[in-house]
Write a new protein. Structure first.
Length: 176
């Protein structure tokens, strides 16, 4: 199903065991083609699997890929743009929500371009408890390398120009 620019969608993150992990209540579609979906949100409600909820603190531009095993969230903070990259299955949209499986590992990128790999212990625990197959593990590790390469080469969205353009578009759409 095709999404259209300006449409509001819900985002569902699942774990490998098919259990709902986290829900973002509202994100605005900014762009979609066969490879990528770009959405924007600001102060959106997030509901955790245990029912707790909170609101995001700053505007974010989110990139979901149909053929890559990660998604990227660019957070526009006062001191610069930070990226949070989730190792995940490619996304799908089923008419209800944008959905993907979260594979625990994350890469946080700082405004100066430095980055760190997060949640390795969580990945190890879930790899065993949720039985990540060898194929999944290989894909995840190849995708980490690809993501690091994109970060180091400042490929979109890490070159920041796309994030800024999409943020201006997001502001324009949400003003209406």
């Amino acid at each position: 199903m095709k999404l259209s620019t300006g449409m509001t969608v819900t985002i569902h993150s699942y774990k490998h065991n098919k259990k709902l992990h986290r829900v973002w209540k509202k994100s605005v579609v900014l762009y979609q083609d066969q490879h990528v979906l770009v959405t924007g949100n600001n102060r959106t409600k997030v509901i955790e699997a245990d029912g707790r909820s909170w609101h995001t603190k700053e505007p974010a531009i989110c990139y979901f890929y149909s053929d890559l095993w990660f998604n990227i969230i660019g957070m526009l903070k006062r001191d610069g743009i930070y990226f949070y990259c989730n190792l995940s299955s490619p996304y799908l949209y089923d008419g209800e929500a944008v959905k993907y499986i979260d594979y625990d590992l994350d890469i946080k990128v700082f405004p100066d371009g430095k980055y760190i790999l997060l949640d390795e212990k969580e990945y190890q625990v879930h790899q065993d408890s949720m039985c990540y197959g060898e194929e999944i593990q290989e894909i995840i590790h190849r995708q980490i390398d690809l993501l690091k390469e994109r970060i180091e080469n400042k490929e979109a969205p890490f070159n920041l120009s796309d994030i800024r353009l999409y943020y201006e578009q997001f502001k324009s759409i949400t003003k209406k």
